[in-house]
Design a protein around this ligand. Structure first.
Ligand code: HEM
Ligand SMILES: Nc1nc2c(c(=O)[nH]1)N[C@H]1C(S)=C(S)[C@@H](COP(=O)(O)O)O[C@H]1N2
Ligand SMILES: [Mo]
Length: 345
């Protein structure tokens, strides 16, 4: 019995840590996928709480670790612990914002370091937990078990709330970040807005000479010079690298452009927007009225880095939807979600 009790406590600690890590990983990826303020606030708050909540279990985990070190075998624990700490540290560094959205080294956003560390942690969790599978027990769902889980969740949320409060009290730069966690960079000043690529897409040497529009077997070529039709929208470009900027974008609404060349617009379906470099995103056609093919930002023509001669503006979606250097727009039958959730280049 004396042997059993600490063992059970250890199991619960491990299950708690695993649950928090799963929530942190899941909401981390979700935080990149959602762009609208309401859901983003929830997801990002849950992410911060789950991540910081890990710290609450450190005292218990220390006991588990001390006991495990007396037994031979077992591996991966040290690297997992280090990876988790690096992930937490970079996450908090980003949220505090003392380095701005960029880290102190080589202009790499500290958030990218965080995501890399988070993904590494995820891989190590799988390795570490595989050989130590903890079976669920009926008592996990009894009153006490639920109270414990609820207590952990409440503690995690309280810790996150305290952190946010502290940022505001101290006036740390992070107090002003957007609900997605992004910092303002270059609003109304496109020249001050970072030029960023999703992975490795190069700024093309020569822009596409015409914009190709394709629908229902028809293909129409529109000269790039004919795309500034005075449609405007103010929208926030919010990069998953941790910065955002609001601009007045100008160009032509996608639905108007397609209608102006008498292209078929089916009720359902999607639209593929493809850059001259092959970077592509598929959007529901029902959103076409909210999409802008922009030639200008803040009254000036787009720079090469920001997508000249024409880029897509997708209000409410994260930066990786805002295809730069658009060369082709194609109406397709396939649903918009039938594509990799994130771009591949
Ligand atoms: C085990 C994995 C992870 C852990 C433990 C973790 C933990 C954390 C923590 C503690 C913060 C700081 C929150 C705050 O202080 O308010 C944070 C921020 C953030 N993390 Fe993670 N994270 C993990 C994985 C990921 C992944 C995989 C992504 C994205 C793909 C991600 C995206 C973010 C973002 C966008 C923020 C900024 C949110 C904000 O500013 O409040 N995280 N993370
Ligand atoms: N063709 C192409 N378009 C792209 C990207 C890219 O890599 N290639 N990156 C996207 C990402 S991740 C962001 S945040 C925005 C950045 O726009 P900016 O460089 O004008 O600031 O462009 C998007 N459009
Ligand atoms: Mo981005």
């Amino acid at each position: 019995m004396a042997q059993l009790l600490p063992r059970r406590a250890g199991r619960r600690t491990n299950v708690g840590l695993l649950a928090l890590l799963l929530v942190a990983g899941g909401t981390g990826v979700l935080a990149f996928a959602v762009g609208s303020p309401g859901p983003a606030r929830l997801v990002v708050a849950a992410h911060g709480a789950a991540g910081l909540g890990l710290l609450l279990l450190v005292p218990w985990k220390a006991v588990v670790v001390r006991r495990a070190r007396r037994r031979p075998g077992g591996s991966g624990g040290v690297s997992l612990g280090v990876a988790t700490l690096v992930t937490l540290l970079t996450g908090v560094l980003h949220a505090v914002g003392v380095t701005g959205p960029w880290s102190w080294s080589a202009g790499v956003p500290v958030l990218h370091l965080h995501v890399a560390a988070g993904v590494g942690t995820g891989a190590l969790v799988v390795v570490h937990a595989w050989g130590r599978r903890q079976r669920p027990r009926a008592t996990d769902l009894d009153r006490r078990g639920l109270l414990r889980a609820g207590g952990l969740a409440a503690g995690a949320v309280a810790l996150w709330g305290a952190g946010e409060g502290l940022l505001r009290l101290t006036g740390a730069p992070g107090a002003g970040r957007r609900v997605t966690g992004s910092f303002e960079r270059g609003t109304d000043d496109p020249a001050a807005m970072p030029v960023t690529q999703w992975i490795s897409d190069p700024v093309p040497d020569s822009p596409a000479p015409v914009l190709e529009l394709v629908s229902g077997g028809r293909r129409v070529r529109v000269p790039m010079g004919g795309l500034d039709r005075g449609d405007t929208v103010r929208a926030v470009l919010d990069c998953t690298g941790g910065w955002y900027a609001a601009q007045d974008w100008r160009g032509v609404r996608l639905d108007r452009l397609l209608a102006s060349v008498d292209l078929e617009l089916p009720a359902g379906g999607s639209v593929d927007v493809v850059s001259v470099t092959g970077f592509r995103r598929r959007l529901p056609l029902s959103e076409a009225g909210g999409l802008l093919l922009a030639t200008h930002a803040a009254g000036r023509p787009l720079s090469a880095g920001h997508g000249a001669p024409v880029r897509l503006v997708v209000p409410g979606r994260r930066g990786f939807w805002w295809v730069k250097w658009v060369a082709r727009v194609e109406v397709v039958d396939a649903p918009w979600w039938l594509q990799p959730p994130f771009p591949l280049q």
